[in-house]
Design a protein around this ligand. Structure first.
Ligand code: HEM
Length: 159
């Protein structure tokens, strides 16, 4: 089949994204590159410094998380338990610059993989959602606002 006659991949449907990323192996490689970018980009120095000097555990945790998040095996919960991404990060200094630095590392890593440009932009769009959510939850946390029980996933308790 030629490229043009193929149906567009329905990213986000079942495990389509996971498969397009190359499964667990591909995601692990992506995350290794992500942390390589973080280790080298001057814009990412501040967020790099928030991580431990040895990134092995950070790589494993993010790779496990992204496996389940993209519709594949839920490796993070199997290995490390449950996590609410925004709440987990709420004590960290994450503002626009840190969110953008994180996204920049991901953009660089995606570009270094052999992925279709549609997959790269899909991942950037989708990952922006939790990345920006972290920024909002951090700001609320700093302002002393308490998150509702669903805050990790969706919204903030109105006060
Ligand atoms: C918005 C910018 C972000 C910053 C600055 C940031 C920073 C960090 C830092 C400093 C850690 C702790 C590393 C350690 O002590 O081991 C961490 C852990 C983690 N982050 Fe982020 N992060 C961001 C966005 C995200 C996003 C968007 C996701 C998921 C889509 C994510 C998933 C994780 C996971 C799964 C862990 C490991 C949790 C654990 O220790 O069990 N992060 N992040």
């Amino acid at each position: 089949m030629t490229e043009s006659s193929e149906e567009p991949i329905a990213y986000g449907h079942e495990d389509a994204t996971h498969r397009a990323l190359g499964g667990v192996e591909g995601i692990r490689r992506l995350v290794e590159l992500f942390y390589e970018e973080m280790d080298t980009l001057p814009e990412a120095k501040r967020i790099r410094d928030l991580h431990p000097s040895n990134l092995e555990m950070s790589i494993d945790k993010l790779a496990c998380f992204l496996s389940g998040w993209t519709g594949g095996p839920k490796l993070y919960s199997e290995k490390y338990g449950s996590i609410k991404i925004p709440i987990f990060h709420q004590h960290l200094p994450v503002e626009e610059a840190e969110r953008d630095a994180w996204m920049l590392c991901m953009e660089g890593a995606l570009a270094r993989m052999d992925y279709a440009s549609e997959l790269q932009s899909y991942m950037m769009r989708e990952l922006y959602v939790p990345a920006d959510r972290i920024r909002v939850v951090v700001a609320n946390h700093r302002a002393g606002r308490v998150e509702g029980k669903n805050a990790g996933a969706i919204q903030i308790k109105a006060r």
